[in-house]
Design a binder for this molecule. Sequence first.
Ligand SMILES: [Cu+2]
Length: 216
Amino acid sequence: MKHSSLIVFVVPFVLSPLMKGGTVTVSVHDLKGAPVSNAVVYAQASNTGPAHSRSEAVIDQRNKQFVPYVTAVQVGTSIIFPNKDNIRHHVYSLSPAKRFELPLYSGIPARPVLFDKTGFVTLGCNIHDWMIAYVAVLPTPFFQVTGEDGRVVLKELSTGRHIVKVWHPLLKGSPEQFAQPVDLTGNSTSEIVFALDLKPDFRVRRAPGLSTGGYP
Ligand SMILES: [Cu+2]
């Protein structure tokens, strides 16, 4: 594998324009046909996995809520958790893919948290029970999170076969059960529809009024 370092440097600059494969448009709806927001849609190339890129993401705490509610990152990404409130939060996760805690703090914590294992992580705050958010730690850089219209467009996927999967915090079942293969040739466009069976959403949508929260 003497040439591997050469390939790593050459591919991004010389071959990437030729490798612009295709676009996959994805719609996500529930069993009643309503668009589903906060669904993580991701595509995994079945041949060689894409090179890992170091990157950073941000999840805010604002008005005693995590923002955004769902974050998708490629495995190996560090996330910082700035506290934008004038009270302290205590962010933690007990999920197997990433267990950590950031004991009571205000402002920006000293260290970002490295998400180095794929999986789905649930975040909470020890002080404010209703604060909840999710991180999808994915084995691919090709992902999007759906907005209110339940649609995403995955662009510039490499040519070849990709397996497209979907995850949602309320999903009944696993992303593997919803996997759909798509074969991309140069500049091709494909369309995929996911119909998700979701558990009921019992989330408290708003934090209680700041005036009632006499916590630190
Ligand atoms: Cu909190």
